[in-house]
Design a protein around this ligand. Structure first.
Ligand code: SF4
Ligand code: SF4
Length: 104
């Protein structure tokens, strides 16, 4: 279980560094983020949600998205859109409106 940081998309905002509960992400000298302790990542997805540049994706297991699938997220106001990109290139979106979280 781990994440991937696309360095060409990283804007060096440091949000992922601050939010990772395991202190696993660092900024390189060029101010781009990288995961230093990849094997210690337990997949909480906090960094994926915090990244404003969608530079971080999360690898899904075979039981969720299929082998090779990866998850990214974008946030607009209270609405969070989770996108699963499967290994065949197809996309699946899951939209969650946080303002409705306590509705039921
Ligand atoms: S998924 Fe969670 S534990 Fe893993 S690097 Fe991101 S914030 Fe840290
Ligand atoms: S949150 Fe995203 S843009 Fe900001 S430093 Fe981390 S990877 Fe780069």
């Amino acid at each position: 279980m781990s994440i991937r940081i696309k360095q060409d998309k990283c804007i060096g905002c440091k949000s992922c560094v601050e939010v990772c509960p395991g202190n696993l992400i660092k900024l390189a000298s060029d101010k781009r983020a990288f995961i230093k302790h990849e094997r210690d990542c337990w997949g909480c997805t906090s960094c994926v949600k915090a990244c404003p540049a969608q530079a971080i994706s999360f690898f899904l297991g075979a039981d969720i998205g299929g082998r090779g699938a990866e998850l990214t997220v974008s946030t607009k106001g209270s609405v969070r859109t989770w996108t699963v990109r499967k290994s065949d290139g197809s996309l699946q979106e899951i939209v969650v409106d946080g303002s409705q979280s306590n509705k039921y």
